[in-house]
Ligand binder design. Structure first.
Ligand SMILES: [Zn+2]
Length: 839
C-alpha cells in the first residue's frame, strides 16, 4: 500500500511538471511500464483532420494497455479555428494547437505527426477540401507518415463513405488514408521518399465508428455489426492510479484554446472498430490477430525478448538499477539488429529506461533563454548518478563544437558534477521558429523544402550536448537539448526551450491601418534587440503611391531584450488604394524584416515564431453619416476597433445598460456576433432595442447560430435562422435591389466591393422571413441553390432593422475595403433625409 501511495504522489508531480515544462523523469512504476512497452513490437496509426478530432480513449488504450507504439496523424494543425484563450489566430493558432497536441500525447503516451495541409476553415465537401489542399501533396505526406512510422494497423476517425455529412476535412482524412493504404507499398509511387525510407504495407485498415455516425444510439444498436469488433477501453491502470478514460480526459483537456477542458470519466466503455481493408480478422477480436507483436518478429530479436521478460518478471520497484546489467545486454543486442527501423525505435526507448533506472540527472541550461548567432552563451551542465552503479563520464560533445571535451571521470553515487562552457552560437545556425512557417503558405498547404522535416510536430532543436558514458564496459550516449531553467517567486522552478533569434526584429503596432480620408497617420515601429549593442537604422517599405517620412531613423540599443520605438508618418494617396508596409532594419549592411512573436501559456512550452513584419494600409473611398455608434458585445470580435479606425465614436453598451434612456442618442446600434446565443439579458431587453428602432433608430444585428437563441423575438417581424453559409470567399454576389438606399447611400456599392474578401462570405443566414423584409444580396457556393438571406432589411416604425450573416468580423481585421463601405451604409441607413436637410 505504501508503494501505491508513493506512485500516486509521483504521478501527481508528473502532471504538475507538464505545467512547468520540466523534462520528464520516470519513476519506478513508469520505468516498469516502459520495460513492458519495450517488449512489444506493435504499432498503430490513428488518422483524422484536426487537433481535437482524435479519440484519446482509444489512443491511450492502445499506448498504455496494448502497449503498442501509437501515433496520431492530424492532417492539419487546426489553424482555421477560433482561440478561446488569447489573441492568436491562423498560423499562430496552429502553433498553439500543435503544442496542445504534444501536451495531450505526453499524457496519453502517443506520438504526434502532421501533414503540410493547412486548415483553411470550414469546408462543406471533400471535393472542395482536396482541391484547396493540393491533394497530391497531402496524399504524399500521409504515405510518408505510413512509410516512416510503419504501422501494423491504421485506424480512421471518420467515415470515407459519407462525403458532405461532416466537415470536408474529416471525410478527406479518411479518403486519403484509404488511398495511402493501397499505395504506400508501391515503389513506383512517390518514389522520392525512397531515398530516405522504404515502402511499407500496413496489415489492416479500420474505421473507429460510434453511434454518432448512425444518427442515434438506437440506430446504432440496430446496425449490422458483423464487420465490427469491440472491446472495453474502460480499463484501470494500478501503476498509474487512473482509469484509461481518466487518462484520456486529461489528454483531451490539453486542448484549452478550443475550450476542451472537461470532466474525467471512469468505468466500462465499449469502443467499436469497423474492419475496412487488409488481412481479414478471422473472427478474432484483436486488431493485431495474426501479426507477431513480440521480438520474435524480427531477426535477432528473440534473445532481447527473453531478457526483457526476465526483467519484467523480477522487476525491483525499490531499486530498478539492479536491472542495469541486463538492460545493457539488451541495448548491445539492439545495436546489432539488422532491422534499422526497430533498432532506432527501440534504442530510444531502452536509453530512456537505462537513464531512469540509474536515476541519472543530466541537464544543460543556458544562462539566457535566447541568443543571436555569433553571440556568446554560457552553458551550465549538471551530471549526477543517483544509483550505486559504476558509471564513467568519458566525454561530452556540444553540437556547435567540432571537438569533444574529454573528462574520464568516475560518477560516484550522488556526487554532482558541474561543468561550465562558453559557446559561440554559429553564424549559420537556423533561427528557432516553426519550420512550416519559413516560407509563405498557400491557403490550403504549407511549403516545406526538406522531406525529412515533413510531418514532424516541431523544428528539431538547434543546440544539444551528447554525454558519452561508460556503463558495464559499454559506451552509452545520452543526448540532451539545451534548455533554460529559472525560477519565479510566484511560480517556482520553470523551464523554457533555449532559442536562437535574430540580432534584431521589428514589429508594427497594428496589422491593418484604415485611412478613411487623405489625412496622414503616425505609425509606431518597435525594434527589439536580440544581442547587446545594436546600432543601425530602420526604414519603412511602402507602396509607390503612398508616402512615408522620415526616410530612415537611427536605432541604438544597448542591452539584449530591450526595445526602441520609432514613429513614421504615413501619407495616403487621394484615391482608394491598398498595400503593405514593412519595417526594414539595417545593421552593418544586413537587413532584418521579421517580427519576433512570443507565445506564453502555462499548459504548453514557451514558443517564439518569426514571421515577416507586414501590415496592410488601406485608403478607403468612404462616406458616412452619423457618428455615435453603440455596440453590444457578443462572442468577441474586433468590429468596435475597426469602426473607430474609420472615425466612428463607438460606445460599448453593457447588457445591464440596455435601457430606453441609454439608447436614444445613438445614430446606430450594432449587435456583436452570437450575442443572442450568449447574453441571457437579451431575453428581457430585446424589446428596448426594438422600441429604439420603432422610434427611428437603426439596429444592425450580426450573425447568430440557429440553435439556443435567448429570445424568440430576434426581429420585429418573423425571421428564421438556418445553417446556410457560403464558405467560398470568392462566391459571386448578385445585387438583388440595385436601387435600394442601403446599396447607394452614402456609398455606391458595386460588385467591386465584394473583391478580396477572406475565408468566407458569411454564415447562419436566415432562410425564411416575413414580407416586411427586403433581401438585398444573393450568393451561393458552387453546386448549391442561391441564398438570399445574407443581408435583409425592414422598416419598423420610424427606423430600420438590419440582419446580416456576412462575415464583417473577419473582413475588417483583413482590411477589406468593400466590407467597410457596405457597413458604413448599414450604419447610415435612414439618414438620407437628414443629410438633405443639413445641406
Ligand atoms: Zn475536426
Amino acid at each position: 500500500m505504501r508503494q501505491f501511495v508513493l506512485c500516486l504522489l509521483v504521478l501527481l508531480s508528473t502532471i504538475v511538471s507538464i505545467q512547468a515544462q520540466q523534462p520528464k523523469k520516470l519513476n519506478a512504476s513508469e520505468i516498469y511500464e516502459a520495460v513492458q512497452k519495450l517488449n512489444v513490437l506493435a504499432s498503430v496509426l490513428y488518422i483524422a483532420a484536426h487537433p481535437d478530432d482524435e479519440n484519446t480513449r482509444l489512443i491511450s488504450y492502445m499506448a498504455n494497455h496494448v502497449k503498442a507504439r501509437t501515433a496520431y496523424l492530424s492532417l492539419t494543425r487546426g489553424d482555421g479555428g477560433q482561440n478561446l484563450i488569447g489573441p492568436e489566430i491562423r498560423e499562430l493558432l496552429g502553433v498553439i494547437r500543435t503544442q496542445e497536441l504534444l501536451a495531450a500525447r505526453s499524457v496519453d503516451g502517443g506520438e504526434q505527426r502532421f501533414t503540410r495541409a493547412n486548415d483553411f476553415g470550414y469546408s462543406k465537401h471533400p471535393d472542395e477540401t482536396l482541391k484547396i489542399w493540393d491533394k497530391d501533396k497531402v496524399l504524399s505526406d500521409v504515405i510518408w507518415a505510413i512509410r516512416t512510422f510503419k504501422p501494423d494497423v491504421i485506424i480512421n476517425r471518420f467515415d470515407h463513405r459519407t462525403p458532405g455529412r461532416t466537415h470536408g476535412h474529416h471525410t478527406s482524412s479518411a479518403m486519403l488514408s484509404i488511398e495511402a493504404f493501397d499505395l504506400a507499398n508501391d515503389k513506383t509511387k512517390y518514389s522520392s521518399h525512397l531515398n530516405l525510407t522504404d515502402t511499407w504495407q500496413p496489415k489492416r485498415l479500420f474505421f473507429n465508428t460510434s453511434w454518432w455516425f448512425y444518427g442515434s444510439q438506437e440506430n446504432f444498436e440496430k446496425a449490422d455489426k458483423s464487420n465490427m469488433i469491440n472491446f472495453d477501453v474502460g480499463v484501470y491502470y494500478p501503476t498509474k492510479g487512473l482509469s484509461n478514460n481518466e487518462v484520456a480526459a486529461i489528454a483531451s483537456s490539453q486542448h484549452l484554446c478550443q475550450g476542451f477542458g472537461r470532466l474525467s470519466q471512469r468505468g466500462t466503455q465499449q469502443e467499436y472498430i469497423e474492419f475496412l481493408k487488409g488481412k481479414p480478422l478471422d473472427g478474432s477480436n484483436d486488431l493485431f490477430s495474426g501479426i507477431d507483436t513480440s521480438w520474435n518478429r524480427i531477426e535477432g530479436g528473440e534473445a532481447i525478448g527473453t531478457i526483457l521478460k526476465d526483467i519484467e518478471n523480477s522487476f525491483d520497484f525499490m531499486n530498478p538499477s539492479t536491472h542495469l546489467p541486463k538492460l545493457i545486454e539488451g541495448y548491445k543486442l539492439i545495436q546489432n539488429l539488422p532491422n534499422d527501423h526497430w533498432k532506432s525505435v527501440k534504442t530510444k526507448e531502452i536509453l530512456q529506461i537505462i537513464e531512469a533506472c540509474t536515476g541519472l540527472y543530466i541537464e544543460v541550461s543556458a544562462n539566457s533563454p535566447q541568443a543571436a548567432p555569433n553571440s556568446l552563451i554560457g552553458l551550465r551542465m549538471e551530471v549526477l548518478n543517483r544509483s550505486n552503479v559504476n558509471i564513467e563520464l568519458a566525454s561530452y560533445n556540444i553540437s556547435t563544437m567540432t571537438e569533444g571535451v574529454s573528462k574520464s571521470l568516475s560518477m560516484l553515487p550522488n556526487q554532482k558534477l558541474n561543468f561550465l562552457e562558453d559557446v559561440i552560437i554559429p553564424e549559420d545556425l537556423n533561427y528557432t521558429t516553426p519550420y512550416w512557417l519559413n516560407k509563405k503558405n498557400d491557403i490550403g498547404i504549407y511549403h516545406v523544402e526538406k522531406q525529412e522535416l515533413i510531418g514532424l510536430p516541431e523544428t528539431p532543436r538547434g543546440i544539444s550536448v551528447d554525454f558519452n558514458l561508460i556503463m558495464a564496459k559499454t559506451p552509452i550516449t545520452i543526448t540532451k537539448p539545451v534548455i533554460y531553467r529559472y525560477s519565479r517567486p510566484d511560480k517556482g522552478e520553470l523551464y523554457r526551450p533555449f532559442e536562437i533569434i535574430p540580432q534584431v526584429s521589428g514589429s508594427i503596432s497594428d496589422k491593418v491601418f484604415i485611412f478613411e480620408n487623405d489625412q496622414q497617420k503616425e505609425i509606431e515601429i518597435t525594434v527589439k534587440a536580440g544581442k547587446e549593442n545594436i546600432e543601425g537604422y530602420v526604414q519603412m517599405a511602402h507602396p509607390n503611391d503612398w508616402n512615408v517620412y522620415p526616410q530612415k531613423q537611427k536605432i541604438q540599443i544597448e542591452n539584449k531584450g530591450d526595445i526602441q520605438k520609432v514613429v513614421f508618418t504615413v501619407i495616403p494617396p487621394k484615391n482608394q488604394s491598398e498595400g503593405l508596409i514593412t519595417p526594414i532594419i539595417n545593421i552593418d549592411g544586413e537587413y532584418y524584416t521579421d517580427e519576433l512573436i512570443e507565445i506564453d501559456y502555462d499548459h504548453i512550452p514557451f514558443q517564439t515564431v518569426l514571421m515577416p513584419s507586414v501590415s496592410k494600409v488601406v485608403r478607403l473611398d468612404i462616406d458616412k453619416r452619423g457618428n455615435n455608434i453603440g455596440y453590444i458585445e457578443g462572442a468577441g470580435d474586433v468590429v468596435p476597433e475597426s469602426l473607430r479606425q474609420i472615425g466612428y465614436n463607438v460606445t460599448i453598451i453593457k447588457p445591464d445598460q440596455i435601457a430606453p434612456k441609454n439608447l436614444s442618442n445613438f445614430d446606430a446600434i450594432v449587435v456583436g456576433i452570437r450575442a443572442y446565443n450568449i447574453l441571457d439579458e437579451l431575453k428581457f431587453k430585446q424589446r428596448f432595442l426594438l422600441d429604439y428602432v420603432k422610434e427611428g433608430g437603426n439596429l444592425v444585428v450580426q450573425y447568430n447560430t440557429s440553435r439556443q437563441l435567448k429570445t424568440e423575438q430576434l426581429a420585429p417581424y418573423e425571421l428564421k435562422l438556418s445553417r446556410d453559409r457560403v464558405t467560398d470567399e470568392n462566391a459571386n454576389v448578385k445585387i438583388l435591389k440595385p436601387e435600394h438606399p442601403i446599396l447607394n447611400f452614402p456609398n455606391k456599392i458595386t460588385a467591386d466591393d465584394f473583391d478580396g474578401w477572406v475565408q468566407e462570405r458569411g454564415l447562419y443566414f436566415p432562410n425564411q422571413w416575413s414580407d416586411e423584409f427586403t433581401p438585398l444580396l444573393a450568393m451561393n457556393d458552387s453546386g448549391e441553390n442561391s441564398k438570399k438571406g445574407s443581408l435583409i432589411v425592414a422598416k419598423y416604425g420610424k427606423g430600420n432593422y438590419i440582419y446580416t450573416g456576412l462575415s464583417f468580423f473577419r473582413e475588417f481585421p483583413a482590411g477589406v475595403p468593400g466590407a467597410y463601405r457596405l457597413f458604413a451604409n448599414l450604419l447610415s441607413a435612414g439618414k438620407e433625409d437628414k443629410t438633405q436637410l443639413k445641406n
